[in-house]
Write a protein that binds this ligand. Structure first.
Ligand code: ZN
Length: 487
């Protein structure tokens, strides 16, 4: 039975869905004002693994992953320019052009990583009325106040009735000591109060009418609103990166409890962060590497291009709750590991069954299932697959045999875990490798014809092959054993 680590209770729990056979998942999606980078790939792949595994278990899954296109301010709190509006101003575009452009590119990158699309992908800007209604409910319950056209969560009032900070393990006293005191000029009563609705300043271009002001919703409001709209007032799983736990998810809990009187989420799941050469990814380090840069090899920290499947495999090689440190060397190691699995997968499709099984076969299906049930332990699944790859290679090399029934089972387990659950595109990888092999073979063939022509003193044919390959961009070098070539 599946166990998942619940950030809220800080322990692994058996997963029991609210409605039998159905699972509702909400995952915080991207704020679409720039290209997706490695930090976006990790939550997308982590929750894709969860989604794929739940589908494998036979659940009907409603998977909601939002697009943040309004209300995410520069300082992630209640201050600064809207990130999308700023990009629109700098690029002289409509904000919705920025949103569409980066949403399209996000979808393209996710498809490359073989991340399945969510079943619902709601935009914050498409749910303004619902957000206004949600804010009104919190006001009606007395946990928010209006100040100069903006609406703020009254955290102190809330904390008298509910445990504020329970997800991140903080309490209000600690939070108070961490935050600066207000000078009395601020709209907010306390610095730790957060905006549910913000009155738009004159230069703010994205705004909507509300009972309180012409303005826009606070960033945390969209997830409470869209999560409960599509999954119900209580739903199974809420996921996101660890960096969102505070204040974003803590605020979501407060909003739900304040409006509805109870939590909305049964299991909170958080993927850990990726560091780059030991450093956090951040503007100040200039180490944001976009996925497109990985795929093209266009960044000073990259030794070469890395395929989307290598990135996916690299992320799955670590458990989602552990930190991952990126380096070019680590990616090269992942690439080699993936090549070994791909080779074994190809060999598995070609193996001929023998009369009986003489190779040592572990109970691969059970081992992989146990690993997945243990809080989605993908690195353990991968290590079992490597063990299995060794067995496959032994049979392939003719040192052992495998029966027809065992071969069918092995093929099915590999297809289930490698392709369906880990989401690694083996066929396409194999096809790409096959194309490479065929291409190399064709060039070798041409150069062997040229070698024979030279030995027959047929200079016309020899020169024609050499010149035309050179014109196509190949470098051909004669050596004492024959030839060498490169592109
Ligand atoms: Zn969110």
């Amino acid at each position: 039975m599946l166990q998942i680590y619940n950030t809220l209770t800080r322990q692994k729990e058996y997963f029991r869905p609210i409605h039998e056979g159905h699972v509702g998942i909400y995952v915080c999606g991207p704020t679409v004002y720039g290209d997706a980078h490695l930090g976006h790939a990790r939550p997308a792949i982590t929750f894709d693994l969860l989604y794929r595994y739940l589908l494998h278990l036979g659940y009907k899954v409603r998977y909601v992953r939002n697009i943040t296109d309004v209300g995410h301010l520069e300082h992630d709190a209640d201050e600064g320019e809207d990130k999308i509006a700023k990009k629109a101003r700098l690029e002289q575009l409509e904000p919705m052009e920025v949103v569409q452009y980066y949403t399209n590119r996000y979808h393209r990158d996710m498809a490359a990583l073989n991340v399945l699309p969510p079943t619902i992908e709601p935009h914050a800007s498409g749910h303004i009325i619902e957000q206004i209604n949600f804010v009104q409910k919190i006001l009606d319950k007395g946990y928010a106040y209006i100040s100069n056209g903006s609406v703020y969560m009254d955290v102190e009032k809330y904390a008298q009735d509910f445990p504020y900070g329970k997800l991140s393990g903080r309490n209000l006293e600690e939070i108070k000591t961490e935050t600066r005191e207000l000078d009395g000029q601020d709209e907010k009563k306390h610095s730790y109060d957060f905006a549910l609705w913000k009155k738009a300043s004159p230069e703010h271009i994205m705004h909507w009418p509300s009972p309180w002001s012409e303005g826009f919703p606070g960033w945390h409001m969209e997830c409470s609103t869209m999560g409960t709209k599509y999954l119900g007032e209580e739903f199974d799983i809420h996921g996101g990166g660890l960096d969102l736990m505070f204040p974003h998810h803590e605020a979501e809990i407060a909003q739900s409890c304040a409006a509805l009187g109870h939590d909305s989420v049964h299991y909170w799941m958080h993927n850990n962060m990726i560091t780059i050469a030991g450093k956090k990814m951040g503007k100040s380090y200039n180490n944001f590497i976009t996925l497109e840069q990985f795929f093209k090899g266009e960044h000073e920290l990259l030794s070469k291009p890395f395929s989307p499947m290598t990135i996916r495999f690299f992320i799955l090689m670590a458990h989602y709750r552990s930190t991952v440190d990126f380096s070019s060397e680590a990616l090269e190691a992942a690439e080699k590991g993936l090549a070994r699995l791909t080779e074994a997968y190809n060999r598995l499709t070609k193996l001929q069954p023998g009369d009986k099984t003489t190779v040592e076969l572990s109970s691969l299906r059970q081992l992989c299932e146990e690993a997945m049930e243990d809080d989605l332990n993908s690195p353990i699944v991968i290590s079992h697959l490597f063990d299995s790859a060794r067995a496959i290679n032994t049979v392939f090399d003719g040192k052992a045999t495998i029966s027809s029934a065992d071969l069918d089972e092995l093929r099915d387990v590999w297809k289930t875990f490698v392709v369906d659950i880990l989401g690694l595109q083996m066929e396409e990888n194999a096809a790409a490798n096959g194309t490479q092999d065929a291409y190399k073979g064709a060039i070798d063939l041409l150069l062997n014809i040229r070698l024979a022509a030279k030995q027959n003193k047929d200079w016309a044919t020899s020169d024609k092959i050499r010149n035309e390959l050179t014109a196509l961009g190949f470098t051909v070098k004669d050596t004492k054993d024959g030839f060498e070539w490169s592109l």
